[in-house]
Design a protein around this ligand. Structure first.
Ligand code: V47
Length: 379
């Protein structure tokens, strides 16, 4: 090994050779990445993979999260969740009307937002028309804004309560204006751990199946992994490899986002928060194992801005966006702001030595002229 390379753990040397040759890493390689004491070496390897895919660019977007309701039939099931409430009478519960939802979204859109990201709990009573009207209302007013709505768990819930197949739900939502699915609800696929942290929730197979069916009809999606709870290194590698296999088969994942568990106000509040090094290792390992994912996003809301900035040199090529209003992590004790300005995002990216690119949800470059924006045409 060249003495100038910043790798001190000899166990990483064979992985270095594979990364240089752009060869696929194995399950055992994944375990080595998680166990290695040489985090600098792991990050160095991830940066090789990152630069090969994304050069020196770092992406961000101008988006708004709107959680339409936190009423959830699984409120007592997901031990990691501080967001869900039993019903609308429970303290801290909310349920937006379609008009309230549209007003909030339109305010963001009028202020330059290119993506609305909207999810909610598994609501027992809202009719299917409610969800269709949210999409239709926005598409009619602003067709160019990307609508990234509903996790696979919500899609499965709609299919169950409205007695439609998953495909029928997806097709109806797409006709109403749905552009993509966010990556939430994946948690950790390994059955034993999944059963401990969210017994009774949609299985790993069910989650992957919804994404596969979305990809089959041309709806792109994202993927996540919740880490920092009861999962083992083997669970993390298993999760990433199952995503990689799904991507080989259906090919519609745009980005992967590792999510750092926030324990406050949850049934796992006895656990410590994941450390900065755990955050960075998850970013680096996912960049290296997910060789068929075009992008790795560091979600600054969960890691904090400082770790997010460092992550741009250790595997991540996307820092998410302005977000504007975040509930899921902040109800679980996040100390990050709920939004940041574009100027701040650009400053952090430039200071990390990267070139900031404003993107839409599907990584097309956004060009702004005054108050107007458009997607740059591919050359
Ligand atoms: O599904 C819930 C997780 C997810 C906690 O697709 C928690 O672009 C940490 O999926 N601590 C929702 N995490 C967020 C999400 C997401 C975020 C940003 C971008 C995208 C995207 C997707 O948050 C949930 C769950 O996995 N979560 N509770 C908690 N206490």
């Amino acid at each position: 090994m060249n003495k100038h390379l910043p790798i001190t753990d000899a166990k990483l040397h064979p992985i270095y050779d594979k990364v240089q040759a752009a060869e696929r890493l194995s399950f055992e390689d994944g375990i080595t990445l998680y166990e290695s004491p040489d985090i600098t070496g792991v990050g160095f390897l991830a940066n090789i993979a990152r630069e090969r895919k994304n050069g020196n660019f770092a992406y961000y977007n101008i988006n708004q999260h709107i959680d339409y309701s936190n009423v959830c039939i699984l409120h007592a099931r997901c031990h990691f969740c501080a967001f869900a409430r039993k019903n609308i009478e429970t303290e801290g519960a909310w349920e937006m009307s379609v008009d309230e939802f549209l007003d909030k979204a339109m305010y963001a859109i009028d202020n330059g937002c290119t993506e609305i990201h909207s999810v909610g709990g598994l609501h027992p009573k809202l009719p299917f028309e409610y969800y269709l009207d949210m999409l239709r209302g926005l598409k009619k007013r602003m067709p160019q804004v990307h609508l990234k709505f509903f996790t696979a768990v919500e899609i499965h819930h709609f299919s169950r309560i409205f007695k439609m197949s998953i495909k029928e739900v997806l097709v109806a939502l797409r006709e109403a204006g749905l552009d993509s699915l966010p990556g939430g609800g994946a948690e950790i696929f390994a059955e034993e751990t999944r059963d401990k942290i969210c017994p009774g929730k949609l299985s790993a197979e069910g989650w992957l199946d919804v994404h596969r069916q979305a990809h089959e009809i041309g709806i792109p999606t994202n993927a996540t992994m919740l880490y920092g709870h009861l999962e083992t290194d083997a669970d993390r590698v298993d999760h990433l490899i199952r995503l990689r296999e799904q991507q080989d088969e259906s090919g519609g994942f745009a980005t992967f986002i590792p999510l750092a568990f926030h324990p406050a106000n949850t049934r796992m509040a006895y656990l410590p928060s994941p450390s900065g090094l755990t955050d960075l290792r998850n970013i680096a390992a996912s960049r290296l194992l997910l060789d068929n994912f075009p992008h790795i996003k560091v979600y600054w809301i969960m890691t904090g801005l400082k770790v997010a900035q460092v992550a741009l040199s250790l595997g991540a090529d996307d820092i998410d966006g302005t977000v504007m209003e975040e509930k899921i992590t902040h109800m679980a004790g996040a100390s990050t702001p709920e939004s940041i300005t574009v100027e701040e995002i650009i400053r952090l990216i430039r200071e990390a030595g990267k070139i900031p690119i404003e993107r839409d949800t599907l990584y097309n470059e956004i060009i702004r002229e005054g108050n107007r924006w458009y997607r740059k045409k591919a050359a």
